[in-house]
Ligand binder design. Structure first.
Ligand code: ZN
Ligand code: FE
Length: 253
């Protein structure tokens, strides 16, 4: 199984997963149809499925045209069936869904939107986190509470450390500046930022990251770190309060 990273719109990523032998393919979060069609045609793939992490237009924008062109099926969270265009397959929280390409695990991770899910494909060690976990950041809270987003991020911490993180946007450099503005003595962060700068200089995506890197460097996953709590002026050991403060600071960064 292989993964293609496809740049869409301004800073979105869509991902095509395909089997090089059968050429069957699935796409995650097609922001728009054209860049996906180009890759499908270039590699002679047969698009069977579209999977959406959430209903925002920059994650479902290509659904209708791709479905019409390739007669593929659209899969999304059951509770978002009224706002994911062209949905055919209703996925449930904690469901293991098997299709002719792969088996994946679905987790409901609300906060950015109430129906946001992530998709974990163990076979390729890949976790698709949409707009919930970004490299060195997390999504804005549009439909949930701080506690919901905090709990959703905590769920993601439980995947194996070497899991590769594929998120919905190339926001890594801006996120890295925010992390550094607070966690300025974190050598692992400084190291990761050097790699990120290098990728950007060479016009390469900063994705995938790994869960290990995110646990060590992403300040939104380090809210239980007493040193960070102290830097933010939080006097009791309170990860949710720390998360809330961080999210508010980032919204105005
Ligand atoms: Zn979104
Ligand atoms: Fe988005």
């Amino acid at each position: 199984m292989k993964i293609l990273i496809i740049k869409c719109l301004n800073d979105n990523y869509s991902y095509i997963i395909f089997n090089p032998k059968t050429l069957l393919a699935a796409v995650i979060d097609p922001s728009e149809a054209n860049p996906i069609i180009n890759e499908i045609e270039k590699n002679n793939l047969k698009l069977k499925y579209i999977l959406n992490t959430h209903h925002h237009y920059d994650h479902v924008g290509g659904n209708s045209r791709l479905k019409e062109k390739y007669k593929c099926k659209v899969a999304g969270f059951e509770k978002d069936k009224d706002r994911i265009p062209e949905i055919d397959i209703n996925l449930k929280d904690e469901q293991k869904w098997k299709n002719e390409l792969f088996e994946c695990e679905i987790l409901h991770i609300p906060g950015h939107t109430s129906g946001h899910i992530c998709i974990y494909i163990k076979e390729i060690n890949a976790l698709f986190t949409g707009d919930t976990l970004f490299s060195l950041g997390c999504g804005r809270i549009f439909e949930g509470s701080y506690a919901e987003m905090f709990n959703s991020l905590n769920k993601l911490k439980n995947f194996p450390k070497n899991t590769e993180i594929y998120c919905g946007h190339e926001y890594t450099e801006n996120n890295s500046n925010f992390c550094l503005s607070i966690d300025s003595k974190n050598l692992k962060l400084i190291n990761k930022i050097n790699q990120i700068k290098n990728n950007i200089k060479n016009n390469k995506p900063t994705i995938p990251s790994t869960l290990k890197d995110e646990l060590e460097c992403n300040i939104f996953l380090r809210t239980d770190n007493l040193e960070i709590q102290k830097l933010l002026g939080i006097n009791s050991d309170d990860p949710i309060k720390t998360f809330t403060k961080l999210r508010d600071l980032k919204d105005n960064f």
